[in-house]
Design a protein around this ligand. Sequence first.
Ligand SMILES: Nc1nc2c(c(=O)[nH]1)N[C@H]1C(S)=C(S)[C@@H](COP(=O)(O)O)O[C@H]1N2
Ligand SMILES: [Mo]
Length: 395
Amino acid sequence: MEDFSLTRRNLLKGAGAFVALSALGGLPDIVSAGPRMVRFPEKTDMILLTNRPPQLETPLPFFKEMITPNEAVFVRWHISQLPTAVNLATWRIKVSGNVENELSLSMDDLKKFEKVGYTAVLQCSGNGRSFAEPRVLGGQWGNGAMANVTWAGARLKDILNKAGIKAGSVDISFNGLDKPPLPTVPDFVKSLAVDKAMEDDIIVAYEMNGKELPMLNGFPARLVVPGWYGTYWVKCLSDITVLAAPFDGFWVKSAYRVPDTDCGCIEPGTAPKKTVPVTRMNTRTLIVNPMDGTTLKAKADAEIMGLAFSSNHSIVDVIVSVDGGTTWKKARLGKDMGRYSWIQFFFPWKPEKPGRYTIMAKATNSVGESQPFDATWNPPGYYWNKVEKTVVTVK
Ligand SMILES: Nc1nc2c(c(=O)[nH]1)N[C@H]1C(S)=C(S)[C@@H](COP(=O)(O)O)O[C@H]1N2
Ligand SMILES: [Mo]
């Protein structure tokens, strides 16, 4: 990997200018005005959004890789009292509530269930929020609140069947070891309806890319709900509670909700009449190469490269335009790592004439879901997935 000393703004907006100015001696002020890079335990240099709680964004060059390395996976916590270490000798997942048998599972117990795994995109529903117009509150993520990771662990369904869900159960709640700093701050607890929770592919993961989870990504185990936004993927999991009444905790009832419309969006700047919890991820692409604002050589071979994904359906088609959306051609798709993974797309390009070019990429999944050309908007800034424009100069 290259370029990690550069900030994201420089990478995106002015790598050329940065090099030229620093060659003249001394770093210009525009460099310090860019995002700050920080290094937390077990993580590489990441873009700092907030320190407490930690919110760290993945630098764009990592998205050239099919699998995001553990140390580069973004980090997002809501409340500030985080575990900084977990002792496996005493750590347990407690399964309780409306069950036949309460369970207290150690890591050894968890590993006795059949081990299953797959590659799946983890993405915060606020990924891309910083692009919202009008601007919205919340962590100002660029495109780096997503990661493609190979997860492995025990099926949630197998754990629930061992506990035995009693008749009349409706929701299952999930809590982790993080605690609110004050009694007035609601603990981060999420829930799934029983039918959703019993789906085959939801796992309690204790491996990321064949290794233990980094502490900041939920060591020793986290819920993985492939195809759904990261908010359900509860980290440092400690309690699974089967409920006979609908869950009404703050993080489901009041947060992580979108307008109850097909797109989850409304007229920019307005308030929704009714909201529903965020669920499935929508379809999106990211152009990784070339980066926005860079300069290419005329008559030289270039390759447009990026990634695309769509909840629980494979991407079957990515089309690319190099003339701002006037004409489109199919891109070549890379290795298919399953419906929850992203796929890479490649598009060879040899710009003949100097000028400014607007590159765009649009993906469609196996059931025909694609991306809008215009930005959609909602008050929390979720679901950003418009067809992006990458502008480059050819000289
Ligand atoms: N225990 C706990 N789990 C959590 C959260 C949290 O604040 N606490 N945040 C959720 C949200 S909103 C997201 S997007 C993902 C982020 O996972 P990551 O930090 O591994 O990237 O974790 C989810 N799981
Ligand atoms: Mo999130």
